[in-house]
Design a protein around this ligand. Sequence first.
Ligand code: ADP
Ligand code: MG
Length: 142
Amino acid sequence: MANNITLTIVKPGAYRKGHIGPILNMINEAGFRIIAMKLIKLSTRQAEEFYAIHRSKPFYESLVEFMSSGPIVAAILQKENAVEDYRKLIGATNPENAEEGTIRKKYAQSLEMNAVHGSDSNENAELEADFFFAKSERTDCM
Ligand code: ADP
Ligand code: MG
């Protein structure tokens, strides 16, 4: 499978704090090309579906509520080794463990409100890209 895209979400907390611009700037500076992007608000059902893999976790309900609590920015990022390189750029899930200079270190408010999502595998990057974008909304498919 191709290894050149990943899916990111700038989460509602970062949107509310006005961090969309600075986060997109970090993404650009790190050499990722934005090939699709939209500002939307997820419904409860959409957030449940996106995070279905975490359904059995104790934080699931709260996570779904948070992710559907306000606008998000979803984007497909393109770069060689995109998934791995983007996970490095965003830092650890828990911002307390995130390295200096990472997006989560700079912009996370808490473990749940950790500023951004990043795909965890090439397979999930493709599934998540399809979750948010029609082929006609992807500049790599135009
Ligand atoms: P990541 O986003 O780094 O891939 P996970 O897939 O494990 O992390 O979790 C998805 C999201 O759920 C996290 O980004 C975070 O917002 C939230 N989350 C994960 N673990 C916890 C937890 N223990 N308590 C509260 N929220 C959590
Ligand atoms: Mg994950």
